[in-house]
Ligand binder design. Structure first.
Ligand code: GLN
Length: 541
């Protein structure tokens, strides 16, 4: 086996032309390529916004908030990294401008820089550097992949890019590589792809002192060889380092495409490394082949409040896909706006679905629609999976309709409800700050034998990721249980209900945690698997 490289190697990802062209997926896939060659890798995302983390942002602004084991609330790209590379990242793997400034300002107030004028260079850039350095240390990574959010030319990302330039200067060119991910627009009238915006964005990158080693050129149409030559020549990269990636509906095909393009071999050579093992792509090839196969379709109604933006439920969608693949079916997600249900609209979609999923959420808009969806699922034996808020509302619905507790609610939505079946956790009562103060990250959960949850997991204890302030009010445990609600997952101290299910139902289960953050393409999450399996059964009826 080759020894561990003496210095940490870095691969930096920048974006050109436009955002949302799959820079995160590209970084994730390249991480997998390197892991497959026997290297310890970690990925870090640098987000240029001033928020300390995305936890306080609307999903409309930002998409899903991805939660890590240590409770960090992070960018959804970390979900891609974890799913593709099959690793567990930590909180240093998502840096924001807000974190950097907060730290520097705190130090300034403490007097750490007494006498000095605090400036972007060197104070901010040094803090960015320190945080990049923490990734290798805390993750034990030999190769650190760093993705810069946004596109080159944004004012906000300049300090990040300047820091990367300095790192290259300090660690040497042989220890870092820059990958620029761009977009080739297609001109309909002439039926051609255009490289000019790519050239411009490389010129922009150069003007801040960074020359890319590789261009990943994304496009909706195949790129011919002459264009590759052109990009290589004008952007001054080797031809084999111009990597065309055509848009694919199969996300999990990207590592295979990059492997075929020789990306990893080029990169490890460029970084002076040697592969420790031959990559084994059989699992991924099998996975992609399964995606491509025609399969029976199962419709799942996802009842949420941000359904117009599918990215808000990224991990839920991926988890459904993982489970469906394992079962040889195709999940068709029907996105249902819960406020539509309140107006009596879209019920046909829910009625045609073989399963209902109510994901996490905050705030009162659309709550009653979700409760109505849970009632429909319970009364009609439709498989139901509730994730965090979806679990809480399943309890509210049951309390109202089965226990007859009129106006039962969560105190999040009704402070003066006579029956607060879901209430603020005791530890949360004194908290006034909104950012990073929920019950976050991994907590253990003991499964109760003989329940659907225990059957799905087939172990006695699990650890899952949380992000909530409210919980099932223990005052109501007994009465809920007496009418057929099972508390199938409990915290080891017995104080917190982590999973609830309905005894007399094919599959109606809600978890206080978010199982969607731990599902993997080739290892679907047990609860998603059990839910989709129940939906498949239902669709056969
Ligand atoms: N709003 C609920 C709570 O804070 C649910 C949170 C969630 O769904 N992530 O407990």
């Amino acid at each position: 086996m080759n020894p561990m490289p003496e210095v940490t190697k870095y691969i930096f990802f920048t974006g050109g032309v436009v955002s949302s062209v799959g820079k995160g997926v590209t970084a994730a896939a390249i991480g997998l390529l390197l892991k497959e060659r026997g290297f310890n890798v970690a990925v870090q995302k640098l987000d240029p916004y001033i928020n300390v983390d995305p936890g306080t942002m609307s999903p409309y602004q930002h998409g899903e908030v991805f939660v890590l084991d240590d409770g960090a609330e992070t960018d959804l790209d970390l979900g891609h990294y974890e799913r593709f590379i099959d690793i567990h990242l930590n909180r240093v793997c998502n840096m924001t401008t807000g974190q950097v400034y907060a730290e520097v300002i705190q130090k300034e107030r403490r007097g750490d820089y007494l006498g000095g004028t605090i400036q972007v260079i060197p104070h901010i850039t040094n803090e960015i550097k320190r945080r990049i350095g923490l990734v290798a240390k805390t993750m034990g990574a030999e190769i650190v992949l760093v993705e810069v959010g946004g596109t080159v030319g944004d004012i906000e990302s300049l300090p990040f890019l300047e820091t990367l330039r300095q790192i290259r200067h300090e660690v040497g060119r042989e220890n870092c590589a820059f990958i620029h991910v761009t977009w080739l627009p297609h001109i309909g009238a002439t039926q051609e792809l255009k490289t000019k915006p790519t050239q411009h964005s490389v010129a922009e990158l150069r003007s801040i002192g960074i020359s890319p080693d590789m261009i990943v050129a994304r496009s909706d149409f195949a790129m011919d060889d002459s264009l590759r030559d052109k990009i290589a020549l004008f952007c001054d990269v080797e031809k084999r380092a111009v990597v065309p990636i055509i848009t694919t509906p199969v996300l999990y095909e990207v590592p295979l495409l990059l492997e075929e393009a020789g990306v990893a071999d080029y990169l490890i050579q460029r970084l002076g490394l040697e592969a420790r093992q031959k990559p084994d792509w059989s699992t991924w090839q099998h996975l992609v082949a399964k995606v491509r196969q025609p399969k029976p379709t199962v419709q799942i109604a996802l009842v949420g409040k941000y359904v117009e933006l599918h990215d808000a439920y990224m991990s839920v969608r991926e988890s459904l896909k993982h489970a469906a693949l394992a079962l040889g079916v195709e999940v068709e997600i029907k996105w249902v706006l819960s406020t539509d249900l309140e107006k009596g609209k879209c019920w046909q979609v829910v009625k045609e679905a073989a399963g209902v999923i109510v994901p996490g959420g905050f705030g009162s808009r659309g709550i009653e629609g979700k409760i109505q969806a849970a009632r429909y699922a319970r009364e009609n034996n439709v498989p139901y999976l509730g994730l965090c808020l979806g679990m809480q509302l399943m309890v509210v619905e049951f309390a109202r309709d089965v226990l007859g507790l009129e106006n039962a609610n969560s105190t999040e939505f009704d402070h003066s409800t006579p029956y607060p079946v879901i209430d603020l956790m005791i530890e949360q009562r004194a908290i006034t700050d909104m950012g990073g103060t929920m019950r976050l990250g991994l907590y253990p959960c003991v499964l109760q034998p003989g329940t659907k949850a225990a059957e799905a997991y087939s172990v006695s204890q699990v650890e899952e990721r949380h992000r909530h302030r409210f919980e099932l009010n223990n005052t109501y445990r007994e009465s809920l249980a007496s009418k057929g609600m099972l508390f199938s997952g409990i915290s080891p101290d017995g104080k917190l209900v982590e999973i609830a299910e309905i005894a007399d139902h094919p599959f109606m289960l809600g978890s206080q945690f978010h199982p969607e953050f731990l599902s993997r393409p080739n290892r679907p999450h047990p609860l998603f698997l059990a839910f989709v399996k129940a939906a498949v059964e239902r669709s056969k009826q």
